[in-house]
Design a protein around this ligand. Sequence first.
Ligand code: AP5
Ligand code: MG
Length: 216
Amino acid sequence: MNIVLLGPPGAGKGTQARRIQERYGIPQLSTGDMLRAAVASGSPQGRRAKAIMDSGQLVPDEAMIEIIAERTAQPDCRKGFILDGFPRTTRQAEALAKMFTEKGLKLDHVIEMTVDEAALVERISGRFTCGQCGTVYHDSTKRPRRDGVCDVCGSTKFVRRDDDKPETVRARLKVYRDQTAPILPYYRRRGQLKTVDGMADIDAVTAALFKLLGEP
Ligand code: AP5
Ligand code: MG
């Protein structure tokens, strides 16, 4: 099963992609996480990406398309994958369609998570993630069961993203409106776009997503 999750920064793509990954045994391919790993490695590609990400802008299409082509060719993607953060421009959506045709793959679900923009800055400024396994938390809405200890892997190391400052979040939201939202009609025209209410609580969003993916 191949899935694309769409939605603005803070919509909950990463939170829900991890739950789908766990339930269906297909990997979450987060282009943001891949870029952050490249930044952490200190590679020249990572250094270039960091400057762009810290300004809230998008990394060039060609680089992203190449990353996704390589990642989806890995053996763990044979049963399918969840794209979280890709495609983000019409050019990326077209490249993805071409890649699916060439590889004989089917895009089974394109799901938009809709959210009120007003909620997003608050969601993102309260976000922190486990430094070991990447589980996503929030200062007020999703704290670990034991303070300072990850529910999933027990790590006590948490991280906050450099691009989660309110002014950068606002730039990311503008980029979403200008460059990413235009791909919604692209998928709508093809009859592929489904929607879930991303303002519901996290478990309710998961239930709605699992239903769209075919669960009773
Ligand atoms: P990326 O890492 O993809 O960031 P993003 O799209 O801005 O999205 P976020 O990760 O901030 O939000 P999310 O939807 O995953 O929400 P989350 O689940 O964490 O990209 C970062 C940068 O990399 C980009 O700006 C760009 O520079 C570059 N990049 C990446 N992909 C690219 C591409 N394809 N092309 C070009 N450049 C690219 O949730 C957020 C918070 O809300 C959490 O604290 C969570 O606990 C909480 N929360 C989640 N759901 C709910 C809920 N239902 N109710 C209450 N709180 C909730
Ligand atoms: Mg994310």
